[in-house]
Design a protein around this ligand. Structure first.
Ligand code: SF4
Length: 421
């Protein structure tokens, strides 16, 4: 006798599922718990089927599958993790559809292949942050910071020559960005205090109410405190970002002294290359009351410190499982690089980059910024560089959950900065 009912397996709409080879990973967006299954040909087939766009988290399960011990155990695990279950539906009814979580941007971006992009319509709406180098002269003492310039956004430049980006070019750029989503401007140099039109530029940015961060190397800050105080008092500045490299104990002590005064809106970035430097800063900061100073300790790559990265920075399963990653972060990982997306860097010669480790997208001295944005949108070398498109992450079940690809993957020349074999 044939049954009046069909049995279906469903996944809850708040579950993100990934299947690679014979490995599976399911994640409950509410409980933030993972369910991981390794080396199962049978279950990986079922999960690959249920997550395909045609099936939308709902598939019919035949009697043989229902009676399989491994499958039964899987269903129990799904139920225990509030991720899904079996359901019986009368043969006469059309089975319900389930809403599979899908990022909205999928409908808009096909890496330049759709009509929407060919028209360049509204492309500037993706531009949110511009970091602009207004000059590039560094002194002999400052030049050491250059070696970090492809790792972090910080001052960089040249001892011998000095490119100066004309005030008029910057104004032209910002006028063009009126119709963009620009919400943050980083101003960097060389030494921005040496920029000939600095007052004019700061006046313009204050008048236009453009949220602006100013970047200084520590020695520039410490040697020009009065000028910097004048800038803070007279112009509308969002944050002053001070880059401390190399670190010496006295730099921390100096900052401590200064932090006793008003340092609202300051961010101090300490760059460290090993555990000893990290401990030195952490100890000093713990021992002294830094008066609510905002600071960040940032690891750098340098010759001979690979083991420090492997031991202290590269992530493992537990890091991923304890990250509590949110839905919008996972959705971003499907389609774009959230560290890079919407951001452009403009060097003092006008060259535009989405990432300084990739090639230039254009030059604002002789072209409009919209063309650079379009080039990046079309090529996707930085904004759309995601783990599911690069080896070996494309075959890894964690690829939606790992942090986005950063500058360090370029520097190490490998994408798997993890300890997951
Ligand atoms: S970095 Fe790549 S290989 Fe490593 S866990 Fe993440 S996705 Fe997998």
């Amino acid at each position: 006798m044939t049954s009046k009912y069909n049995t279906y397996l469903y996944l809850e709409p708040f579950v993100i599922a990934n299947a690679k080879g014979t490995n599976l990973l399911l994640y409950n967006l509410y409980t933030k718990k993972f369910l991981e299954i390794k080396n199962s040909i049978k279950l990986s087939k079922i999960v690959k089927k249920i997550i395909s766009y045609n099936n939308m988290y709902f598939i019919k399960i035949n009697m043989k599958e229902q009676l399989d011990a491994e499958f039964k155990d899987f269903v129990l695990k799904l139920k225990a993790n509030y991720m899904g279950d079996l359901v019986q539906i009368n043969n006469n009814y059309i089975p319900p559809i389930q809403i599979k979580p899908v990022p909205k941007i999928l409908s808009e971006n096909n890496n330049g292949s759709n009509e929407y992009l060919r028209s360049k319509k509204d492309i500037l709406k993706y531009l949110t942050t511009i970091s602009i180098y207004i000059n590039n002269k560094l002194t002999k003492n400052e030049i050491k910071i250059n070696k970090l310039s492809n790792q972090y956004l910080l001052n960089s430049g040249n001892e011998k020559s000095n490119n100066i980006l004309k005030f008029e070019i910057i104004v032209k750029l910002l006028e063009e960005c009126k119709n963009s989503s620009l919400s943050l401007l980083n101003i960097l140099g060389g030494n921005i205090l040496k920029y000939p039109s600095l007052s004019k530029l700061l006046n313009y940015l204050s008048e236009k109410k453009i949220k602006t961060n100013l970047h200084f190397i520590y020695s520039q800050f410490i040697n020009n405190r009065q000028t910097i105080e004048h800038i803070i008092t007279n112009y509308s500045i969002n944050k002053l970002i001070i880059h401390v490299y190399p670190i010496k104990l006295h730099t921390i002590k100096d900052i401590y002294k200064i932090s006793k005064k008003k340092l609202d809106g300051f961010v101090i970035n300490f760059y460290i290359s090993n555990l000893e430097e990290y401990n030195l800063i952490a100890k000093e900061i713990e021992e002294k009351n830094f008066n609510n100073l905002i600071y960040k300790i940032k690891p750098i790559v340098e010759k001979g410190n690979y083991q420090f990265w492997a031991d202290e920075i590269f992530w493992d399963r537990n890091d991923i499982f304890n990250m509590g990653i949110k839905k919008n972060e996972i959705f971003a990982n499907y389609e774009l690089n959230s560290l890079e997306f919407g951001k452009l860097i403009i060097k003092s010669n006008g060259d535009v980059f989405a990432n300084v480790n990739n090639k230039s997208l254009g030059n604002i001295c002789n072209d409009k910024i919209i063309n650079s944005v379009f080039n990046e949108y079309k090529l996707g070398e930085s904004w759309f560089k995601i783990r599911k498109d690069v080896k070996p992450c494309n075959n890894c079940v964690y690829n939606l959950f790992c942090p986005p690809i950063s500058n360090f993957e370029y520097i190490f020349n490998k994408n798997n900065l993890c300890n997951i074999g």
